[in-house]
Design a protein around this ligand. Structure first.
Ligand SMILES: Nc1ncnc2c1ncn2[C@@H]1O[C@H](COP(=O)(O)OP(=O)(O)OP(=O)(O)O)[C@@H](O)[C@H]1O
Ligand SMILES: [Mg+2]
Ligand SMILES: [Mg+2]
Length: 671
């Protein structure tokens, strides 16, 4: 576990295409650069994003201070609603006790059109207090916000939206739209309805639309969602990335025995999973299945529990086998594979989940990639999602097995009992303290200590697995919802990661949690963007409140300003001998993993759950480097080749196909 590095601080805890042309011309940001995104944006070309200072771009062979490039974990005790600050930050850090509590705001429960409801006015007013967040003192902001909340909000005082020709923003879809809009309007920005406009300072789009990426102006605008986030946010993408990363790490550990055992092993946190679109894998699964276990079958890119079913007996498995084979043999799908039903995975079902008053639950947390150039990656707490009914492993009612809100909403009891289906992390912590601490010998506040740490390690590990493959440009940012299950032995399992996580606020707890998550996401995206543009040091981050820094990529050799993933990778220095490496850091990649090196293709065969032959599944553990997979690579270390480890047979579509898929699956992940 890497300790908090210097400079980090503990966690505070459709288009209306009729937009007049003239308007767009008048607002050409190249002539009127946005104060919010910085004047230099206006001078930049699309790709060249400025001179990189020597401080930010160390000579390749000179290792930069390791602490700056490592993944950082800052752990705190206690609930996430207070900010713990390090002494070094002094008064400025004591911002925070602002609880993003809007429970008293009537009518919050449903997303409504922009500007039409009270909560938007509230958020707008709050946001107005920090029109230039980077210029203001946070303590003052917090006080002013609190004062405003006290004075005005119960009466629902309406604050006029700023008029005037401000920078523009675009929000596509309804997920979180009112919160995002309020935030931006509070900065004096104006919402536009035409997604094709290129002069938006911010585009927050639910669907990844090809046009937005074609039109994206690096270094001049912020764009929500990294275009190939499917590497993490589809079931097959995540599985493939984790397998590939394991393979590389294992190889390094074989060749460099002193590379210490600190990287997580995927089988320790990711339930055994097989791809059904890969013949060898599905055959391995059909062979190993026996009726003592339950498996869960999921489409790779759906959400809300759609298309999920359990496999408990040979008949169900045989039916699945026939169905899968018939799809593969279908001449139509052979000709037009994009018409075929979505690829699926089968995953070992965690049969013994921890229960809260007899109910199954999972935890939604957030992985925030606030900046992709350099990477600034954060962890954020979310909430727990419970089923309405009591858990019975033998029940055929999926409502008791699938904890997502969407499934629960199907119940007639939902409207009556919905508040019981979402718990705050505080409540979860209290419950676990009360009910399990003694009997299970847990440390006090297990939720905010051990559990939080494990979630952070797992997320950091997953990020490391895809870091070199994500398309990174200055201005891309992403908020990813990560779903964790705790079993009755308090073992933590990652179930999946979701793009475009649900930002609805239809329960009291969600009203408390979601606006804060969205606003801090935007604050951090803007602050890191500005700092990157200006070649400023990232830390300290004035807008960091509840999110915890997982990875500070300032000293990563790649990606760096002045280049992007879409450009050619710069030559990498020779790897340092592993034994010289800081033993708390992950091992460097060998030259054989570097660019131009030949790499064996992904195992087409029996990958089995974690990329090993089925015979090996039950199952020798790889000589693992240990529990901490959370650090970044050494500054001189090579990375896996871009594209390597792409899901081998997942249709790896261009955006067109992905867009189609997105549209098919439109919906918020995890609602
Ligand atoms: N391996 C597993 N063991 C036990 N329960 C599981 C497992 N995988 C999924 N579940 C349950 O099924 C639910 C839905 O699964 P998952 O999140 O993977 O699908 P999804 O369709 O992407 O859902 P969403 O995006 O809405 O969270 C989970 O919230 C969890 O309750
Ligand atoms: Mg999902
Ligand atoms: Mg889920």
């Amino acid at each position: 576990m890497a300790l908090p590095a210097q400079g980090t601080r503990p966690y505070g805890h459709r288009t209306d295409r009729s937009q007049p042309q003239a308007e767009a011309q008048v607002q050409d940001p190249r002539r009127h650069p946005s104060p919010a995104l910085g004047p230099r944006a206006a001078q930049r070309s699309h790709r060249g994003v400025g001179v990189v200072s020597s401080q930010r771009c160390p000579r390749p062979c000179v290792p930069a201070p390791a602490a700056r490039s490592r993944t950082h974990f800052i752990h705190r005790r206690g609930p996430p609603t207070r900010t713990h600050v390090s002494g070094k930050r002094g008064k400025r850090s004591r911002i925070a006790g602002v609880r993003w509590s809007h429970t008293w705001v009537p009518g919050w429960a449903h997303e409504r059109p922009m500007g039409s409801n009270q909560e938007e006015q509230v958020l707008h007013s709050l946001s107005q207090l920090r029109p230039n967040a980077d210029l203001l003192d946070d303590t003052g902001i917090a006080r002013s916000r609190a004062a405003l909340l006290e004075r005005h909000l119960p009466e629902g005082e309406k604050q006029p939206h700023s008029i005037g020709q401000g920078p523009y923003f675009y929000v596509g879809g309804t997920n979180g739209a009112s919160i995002i809009s309020s935030y931006c309007r509070g900065k004096g920005w104006q919402r536009v309805q035409d997604s094709r406009r290129e002069d938006c300072k911010l585009k927050w789009c639910e669907l990844k639309c090809r046009d937005n990426y074609y039109r994206f102006r690096e270094g001049e605008q912020l764009l929500y969602q990294i275009p190939n986030n499917k590497l993490l946010t589809t079931k097959i993408g995540l599985l493939s990335a984790l397998r590939e990363y394991s393979r590389i790490v294992n190889k390094i550990h074989r060749t460099s025995p002193c590379a210490q055992a600190k990287v997580l092993k995927m089988e320790e946190f990711f339930p055994e999973t097989y791809r059904l679109d890969v013949r060898d894998e599905r055959e391995a699964f059909f062979t190993l299945f026996d009726e003592t276990q339950i498996w869960i079958c999921k489409p790779t890119a759906s959400n809300q529990g759609k298309g999920i079913f359990l496999l408990r007996n040979q008949e169900e498995v045989a039916a699945l086998q026939v169905k899968t084979q018939s799809i593969e043999d279908d001449p139509i799908y052979r000709k037009m594979p994009f018409r075929a039903p979505q690829a699926r995975v089968v995953q070992r079902y965690i049969q013994n989940p921890l229960l809260l008053d007899g109910k199954k639950f999972d935890v939604r947390s957030y992985l925030l990639i606030a900046c992709a150039m350099p990477y600034m990656v954060f962890f954020g707490h979310g909430y727990a999602r419970l089923t309405l009914s009591l858990y019975d492993p033998h029940s055929s009612d999926l409502g008791g097995h699938l904890t997502n809100q969407f499934m629960q909403k199907k119940s007639p009891l939902y409207m009556l009992l919905k508040e019981d289906t979402v718990w705050s992390m505080d409540r979860l912590n209290r419950h676990i303290n009360d009910k399990f601490r003694k009997t299970k010998g847990l440390p006090r506040d297990w939720v905010f200590t051990a559990f939080t740490k494990q979630m952070q390690q797992i997320m950091a590990h997953c990020f490391q697995a895809v870091k070199s493959k994500l398309h990174c440009k200055l201005g891309y940012f992403d908020l990813i919802g990560c779903d964790f299950l705790i079993d009755e032995n308090f073992k933590v399992w990652l179930l999946e990661m979701n793009s475009n996580p649900a930002l609805h606020t239809n329960c009291e707890v969600l009203k408390e949690v979601i606006p804060g998550v969205v606003m801090e996401t935007l604050d951090l995206a803007i602050e890191t963007f500005q700092k990157s543009l200006r070649n400023q040091k990232m830390l300290p981050l004035r807008s960091q409140r509840r999110f915890v820094l997982l990875h500070n990529g300032e000293t990563d050799l790649w990606p760096r300003l002045g280049g992007s993933r879409s450009a050619l990778r710069p030559p990498l220095p020779p790897p340092r001998p592993a034994c010289e490496a800081d033993c708390s850091a992950p091992p460097p990649f060998s030259a054989a993993d570097g660019p131009g090196a030949r790499r064996p293709a992904l195992p087409r065969s029996p990958g089995g759950a974690h990329g090993r032959p089925p015979s090996a599944q039950r199952r020798p553990r790889p000589p693992g480097p240990g529990p901490d997979g959370a650090q970044s690579r050494e500054p001189g270390a090579e990375r896996p080749r871009a594209g390597a480890g792409e899901p081998a047979r997942e249709s790896s579509p261009g955006l067109g196909e992905e867009e189609r898929e997105e549209r098919k699956n439109a919906g918020h992940r995890g609602c």
